[in-house]
Design a protein around this ligand. Structure first.
Ligand SMILES: Nc1nc2c(ncn2[C@@H]2O[C@H](COP(=O)(O)OP(=O)(O)OP(=O)(O)O)[C@@H](O)[C@H]2O)c(=O)[nH]1
Ligand SMILES: [Mg+2]
Length: 637
């Protein structure tokens, strides 16, 4: 089932209430207690069903000038407005003012309706139709057909119903899945029930027993009772008008303008970044620091306008502004608002919330304006890219994007996955990410640095992480670690014995080192399980200790030696042989002790103890009941 919110608009006495009575085919009592002659005061509500799957809630607004605040509050959440124009009087002052408000609120659709066509000749109706078309010229409603009806004779009502149906079919449906949000337009106390609030549901849904929060107070309570279309039900959703009874909320805790929301959906704010526009009909320009009366959703407050890139906005102009509010409100990006003179005498203009929790910024800062333009356009992908490019030397997470863009966590998640699928984002296993273009650039730079360091000293066996990082001082350590992982995953670099090398790197030996190398190889070839230790090699007077150490490291790097501990080394062949002998012995006898190893390998305690510790450390063996057994029983040796 689809639900729509339809509002009325138009000058006082232009037949709005009578028209919706005709549409709803309902009696006067159902709409209100007032009789037909009475002007509408405040807001009235009813509903009618267009076809089986479409129910329209109607918000009937008063035409009388002094109730303009109700008009703004009533039309804030509607999908479509019926703009009534009386066939005798034609376009009047409130027709224009209401039409301006409809445009500033960016209501999706507006159907102009000439009412009371029974009262005048056809040519008068045609003249008014022409005037209405002129009024709508340049707006987003120029394609709307002007409807002509008489609520008294019923002429044109059927056509109007099908026009409404057709219009609603083209609208973007409301988001019933998102987080619940209902600005409050009425609060009253029902004896025996308690505090009851009514409102149009802007987005999401709520149901009995759900926890809700009241903004701006932050008080929370459970939905105790739900009523939609005059009936008690379990659930109310976007596009419906709902009556809610909420536990723990007293009448004094909530008033019109407050919002009932899914707990945590938004936080109250005193600052807004906005795009404002001044009506062409405004009698005054909008000057920096001016005070305005601000209407947003069903709420009202005062705010000071800080124009961010100029001193004045002339009538008909628009620009970016920070609004400093006098009282806290709840707002989301894309919310529309109306600005009126503080005295309430005229409508100054309106605007759109771009950022409801903006960071501090200075006026006349080009980068601030550029960012606002991107947010204004709503191209979140471009926005995210520009945010990350601005500070590229760190990793981001979902929360950081949420804070910088005011996308919800869920929306940020969807956007990140989309960008990742498009190969725009690199994301690590813990969900942190960076633009792939930034990753590639930094990875190339890191690789070049490592290569340059290797070229400068080709005999060194590798570079420590710190040494490479020193050349990338701007990059934070989390991102640096990720770049190393990224380069390793792409087989561009390797980490050997804790040192970084490019994958194609092989260290060079100096003539002196080559001589030491030849000697050590010979020494190792001459012995099986009693090879020279580092200490033994140091006893040689012909070669310097640091050169010997370097060549040992080199041989570990190239895989010619395995370091059993700091002092003892084995060739990989001999290590494998030792493992085979020890393994087979354990399998046969259920365990082995150091003395048996010594005998089997024909070696001494000096080697046996480090070797067994090495085998424990590398999960080949483990200690059990004073013996060594295989780490895993089923190991094949
Ligand atoms: N002849 C005729 N009279 C109409 C028609 N529609 C409304 N009226 C009369 O016009 C008067 C004003 O109508 P309402 O429906 O109260 O006008 P409204 O726009 O709701 O007025 P406000 O709520 O004060 O803004 C009433 O006396 C209606 O009976 C119509 O189609 N034909
Ligand atoms: Mg009325």
């Amino acid at each position: 089932m689809s639900n729509y919110l339809i509002g009325t608009a138009g000058h006082v006495g232009h037949g709005k209430t009578t028209l919706i009575k005709a549409l709803a085919d309902t009696n006067a009592e159902k709409i209100n207690n007032e009789n037909r002659q009475k002007s509408t005061k405040y807001l009235d509500f009813t509903h009618f069903t267009l076809s089986t799957e479409k129910v329209c809630s109607i918000i009937d607004v008063p035409g009388y000038k002094k109730y303009i605040n109700d008009v703004i509050a009533g039309l804030g959440g509607v999908d479509c407005v019926l703009l009534a124009v009386d066939a005798e009087e034609g376009i009047m002052q409130q027709t224009r003012e209401h039409f301006e408000i409809i445009q500033l609120l960016d209501v999706q659709a507006c159907i102009p309706v000439i009412t009371g066509i029974d009262k005048v000749e056809r040519n008068v109706v045609n003249e008014i139709e022409k005037n209405i078309k002129d009024l709508m010229k340049g707006s987003s409603y120029t394609k709307s057909t002007v409807m002509k009806v008489s609520a008294i004779t019923g002429e044109g009502i059927d056509k109007l119903i099908s026009a409404i149906e057709k219009t609603l079919n083209k609208l973007t449906p409301r988001d019933t899945e998102g987080s619940f949000r209902m600005p409050v337009d009425q609060v009253y106390n029902l004896p025996g029930v308690g505090t009851v609030v009514t409102g149009s549901i802007y987005q999401g849904a709520t149901e009995k027993e759900r926890m809700v929060e009241i903004l701006p107070t932050g008080k929370r309570g459970k939905v105790r009772h739900v009523q939609v279309y005059d009936r008690t039900c379990d659930k109310a959703e976007a596009g419906q008008r709902a009556v809610l009874n909420i536990s723990k909320i007293e009448e004094r805790d909530i008033r019109r303008g407050d919002q009932v929301i899914r707990p945590g959906l938004m936080k109250p704010t005193l600052d807004l970044d906005t795009r404002v526009e001044v009506l062409a009909s405004s009698p005054h320009p909008l000057k920096n620091k001016v005070k305005v009366r601000l209407h947003i959703a069903t709420g009202e407050t005062f705010g000071q306008i800080i124009l961010l890139d100029r001193e004045t906005l002339e009538p008909g102009e628009s620009g970016y502004a920070r609004i400093l509010l006098e009282t806290q409100i709840g707002a989301l990006p894309e919310d529309r608002f109306i600005m009126r003179a503080p005295s309430g005498i005229y409508t100054w203009g309106g605007g759109k919330v771009i950022d409801p929790h903006p960071p501090h910024h200075r006026r006349f800062d080009k980068s601030v304006i550029d960012m606002l333009k991107l947010k204004d356009k709503g191209d979140n992908e471009v926005l995210v890219e520009s945010i990350m490019k601005k500070e590229p030397y760190k990793l981001y997470n979902q929360e950081m994007l949420t804070a910088a863009t005011y996308l919800s966590l869920e929306e940020a998640g969807v956007l990140i996955s989309k960008m990742q699928k498009k190969d725009k984002l690199y994301r690590n296993t813990s969900g942190r990410f960076q633009l792939l273009s930034v990753m590639n650039k930094l990875a190339d730079k890191t690789y070049d640095i490592l290569e340059k360091l290797q070229d400068l000293q080709p005999d060194r066996l590798g570079r420590s992480l710190e040494e490479v990082k020193r050349n990338l001082s701007k990059v934070d350590s989390g991102l640096f670690r990720e770049i190393i992982v990224y380069l390793k995953d792409n087989s561009k670099i390797q980490e050997k014995n804790g040192l970084l090398v490019t994958s194609d790197f092989s260290p060079e030996l100096t003539p002196e080192q080559q001589e030491v190398y030849a000697w050590i190889v010979e020494e190792f070839n001459a012995s099986d399980f009693t090879p020279p230790t580092k200490g033994d090699l140091h006893l040689n007077k012909k070669f310097k200790k640091p050169v010997i150490d370097h060549v040992i490291d080199y041989m570990i790097f190239t895989g010619e030696l395995v370091s059993i501990d700091d002092n003892v080394f084995l060739t990989p062949g001999n290590l494998e042989k030792a493992k085979r002998i020890i393994g087979n012995y354990i399998i046969k006898h259920g365990g082995i002790i150091p003395g048996q190893v010594r005998e089997l390998l024909g070696t001494t305690r000096k080697y046996v103890i480090p070797l067994l510790e090495y085998l424990d450390k590398t999960y080949f063996t483990r200690r059990k009941d004073g013996k060594r057994v295989l780490f895993r029983e089923n190991i094949v040796v």
